[in-house]
Ligand binder design. Structure first.
Ligand SMILES: [Zn+2]
Length: 261
């Protein structure tokens, strides 16, 4: 079983004590690459540090997460743009994670919209894919993406948990795909029905969102890239194909979206 974890916060302090062991378990489980999203300026640096430590295995994505959009967002964006364009920085494979999140708070609603649109423009300028986080804001996000759809190289709607109609709306962006992780295995999840009904297998990439979203039977524990096999098993059941086929297609899709081979 060989797969790519397209969204893992491996730079988080949750992994400070045993990061080497976590990476070793991922390799043994068949995880061939791990993509790390940043959430703010500070984590851009920790993401780059961790990726430099595992060259050819861990890949950085840089951006300002919607929940980190606060009063200082313009300064944060300036600093992140500086990192993205700096010659001595490891080449990031995507802008992320970026998006809109009105789940906890709408305090910085306008700022979130502006910060997201600014980073969408970077994706166009640099022709880098977007790693998109969106909660309780799909219509607002789609409205912004539509303005740039023709010029955007593609991206991932990370941690998709919506219904068939929402899946179809997102997949109208034909160079974009859905990121699917532990939620697929949760008892109350509708994804095992929603996905086969509305999403073809070549529009899905695998992700952990570790340390969050651990799949059943690890639910509630710290998540890690090795646990993706539980997601693969459930996805294979849902689509009625082999686990190898899930791995083959999601890996090919991740390589296509992120321009790796
Ligand atoms: Zn994340």
């Amino acid at each position: 079983m060989n797969y790519i974890d397209t969204h893992c916060h491996l730079d988080g302090e949750e992994f400070a004590e045993d990061r080497d062991a976590v990476v070793q378990r991922a390799r043994e489980a068949g995880c061939t690459r791990i993509f790390l999203p940043a959430i703010d300026v500070k984590s851009c640096h920790t993401v780059l540090d961790v990726c430099a430590h595992y060259p050819g295995y861990c890949y950085p994505m840089l951006g300002l997460h919607p929940e980190e959009v606060k009063a200082d967002w313009r300064q944060q964006l300036d600093d992140i743009k500086g990192l993205l364009t700096s010659a001595n920085c490891q080449q990031p494979i995507a802008i992320g994670e970026v998006g809109l999140d009105y789940y906890w708070s709408r305090e910085f609603e306008q700022e979130q919209l502006q910060a997201f649109e600014e980073q969408v423009k970077w994706a166009v300028e640099m022709q880098l894919p977007l790693m998109i986080h969106c909660r309780k804001a799909q219509n607002e996000m789609v409205a912004i993406l539509k303005r740039y759809a023709r010029e955007l190289p593609g991206g991932v709607f990370h941690c998709f948990t919506g219904n068939e109609q929402e899946a179809r709306q997102l997949l109208e962006f034909d160079r974009f795909v859905l990121g699917i992780g532990g939620v697929l295995t949760f008892k109350k999840s509708h994804l095992p029905e929603v996905l086969p009904a509305s999403v073809s297998l070549d529009r899905i990439v695998l992700e952990t969102d570790a340390p969050y979203m651990a799949p059943v039977p690890m639910r509630g524990k710290r998540n890690e890239s090795a646990y993706i096999r539980h997601v693969v098993v459930r996805m294979a059941e849902a689509y009625g194909v082999s686990e190898e086929e899930i791995c083959r297609q999601t890996t090919a899709t991740a390589e296509r979206i992120f321009h790796l081979s």
